[in-house]
Design a protein around this ligand. Structure first.
Ligand SMILES: [Zn+2]
Length: 50
């Protein structure tokens, strides 16, 4: 069983954009496409859609 926090917060690296979302995400995935790897410098990225 997956549990989620009541509210998730985040934002961009420079801090100009902040967000807060309530409830469980509609979808969540791990992506390892070239675009995600280049944008993050990581081998895989975790994404959630609200
Ligand atoms: Zn991707």
């Amino acid at each position: 069983m997956t549990t989620y926090p009541e509210q998730a917060n985040g934002g961009c690296m420079c801090g100009a954009v902040r967000y807060a979302v309530d409830g469980a995400p509609m979808s969540s995935i791990f992506c390892h496409c070239m675009s995600c790897r280049r944008h993050t410098g990581a081998p895989v990225v975790a994404l959630a859609g609200y």
